[in-house]
Write a protein that binds this ligand. Sequence first.
Ligand code: C2O
Ligand code: CU
Ligand code: CU
Length: 560
Amino acid sequence: MLNGHKRRDKRNDCYPSNANLAVRPPGTIPKFVDELPIPKVLKPVSRGGDYDYYEVEMKCARHKFHRDLGEAVVYGYNGMYPGPTIEAMKGRTVMVKWINNLPLKHFLPVDKTLDSAIDSPEVRTVVHLHGANVAPDSDGHPDAWFTRNYGIRGPKYSRQVYEYPNQQQATTLWYHDHAMGVTRLNLYAGLAGFYLLHDFHEQCLNLPKGKYDIPLMIQDKTFREDGSLFYPPNPTPSANPSVVRAFIGNTMVVNGKVWPYLNVEPRKYRFRMLNASNTNGFTFKLKDEDSNLHPFWQIGTDGGMIEESKPIEKFPLDPAERLDVIIDFSNLAGKTITLRTEELDLAGNRETFKEEVMQFRVGHKCKGVCDDDIVLPMKLRAFEELDPDMLDPKPKVRRFVMTEDLDKQGRLMLTINHKDFRDPATELPEYDSIEVWELANPVFVPGRPLGIPPNITHPIHLHLAQFQVLNRQEFNVNNFNTKQWIQDGTGIQFVSEEAEAPDPSELGWKDTVRVEPGKVTRIVVPFKNYTGEYVWHCHILEHEDHEMMRPLIIVERNCE
Ligand code: C2O
Ligand code: CU
Ligand code: CU
């Protein structure tokens, strides 16, 4: 009883004291006054011969985003934000019992008119390990949600303990909430964490390890005057609150702190950069106080290591994408390096506040040996490029269009081939087959900068699969015939015969790809490992919750 009381009291704490306070102007929040937090590594509850067993409890907590901001209510895995980091080793199974001990009522504005929200409890959760090769019943299907103590369960719910076999190469994965219709709110509330998968090959490479290997979860957020999280309720004539088409925050948050700094030694570090924002894509670069650019040495993409490390000056990173880099501070003793973005805001103005993300302050001495012995460039791992023309059998080609429709409330809704999540599955690739997907985004006003509506890039993510980006090709959106193109590939006029090569930073295994406006983006996808029901969707969480998501069902192979 006593325990029950204690818990109830704590839950009363799960709401901001004044949800009507004004938004805090970002200019009143000083930059680079808080040190970058590094999420703690989670300890298993028990270890078996070939597995580690963990328990993670989702609960509400108070979190300080900045020295000058009051405490905010957040939802955290084990009450932490970001969640604790899970370190895994290839070939050794990780089991996690995901426990929901959150309240029943959400502290952020839930849109109850969304299809999946109408009869559903407000606070429902399901955990997805993004980028992981797992069986469908541990993948965190958006309808496999559950409420506190598994009290109410969604139609696809099947188990409490998820199993991650870790049969894929070392890479940066992340776990986050995936409950249909409330993912954007649960993630914004704090339900996201890192899952770092290692393997022997990676361990034999001379890469920065331990405290020199740091994950960076980058997000944009907006706060109220008292430091609580602000998410727009966006009332519309038909829904209050109502889902928004985009959420753009006015500050940059890394590992849970607004505009932090990190003291580094003059040596090489590995950073696993993740864009965990709701909507915002960024292009990142590094500059010192004299505006000199410094390169990142890329070593990996979403799905693992690239063939050889390479210097890149800047790179785009949309929601859910990861980039694994080494930053070499060895010749920068005493300098301050700032991680910067170069975006425009939705009105096309320079994003003055969000141009800076975090600061690296390079010390004069190393704690240990400065000579880290790491020579760049470095050979990393064999990589086999998939060329669809060389494949036997010829890959099946599927064509998709990022479309616009109206929902039952008459609101604009983004769909794929005019289908939403509740339409019957159309993507049923065969187990052990390779397909080419062509994703056209015809919502485009030529001449307008990228990122300024309607020129929005959709970061499209496939569960289970890791794929390769083939190319992008610009087409004339004015005489584009959606229906014809989907049917037989005609009805499209390309601006140029030549397709553009992927950005250098996307050459490697990917699970999320930027489907840019005015272009067809082509990927080549092997479907293997499991059969069963998964999903694929836009990773702009506001689009995903509003059903820019489709079933993905891997079916048994047909034997002729
Ligand atoms: Cu990171 Cu289906 O999600
Ligand atoms: Cu995923
Ligand atoms: Cu989208």
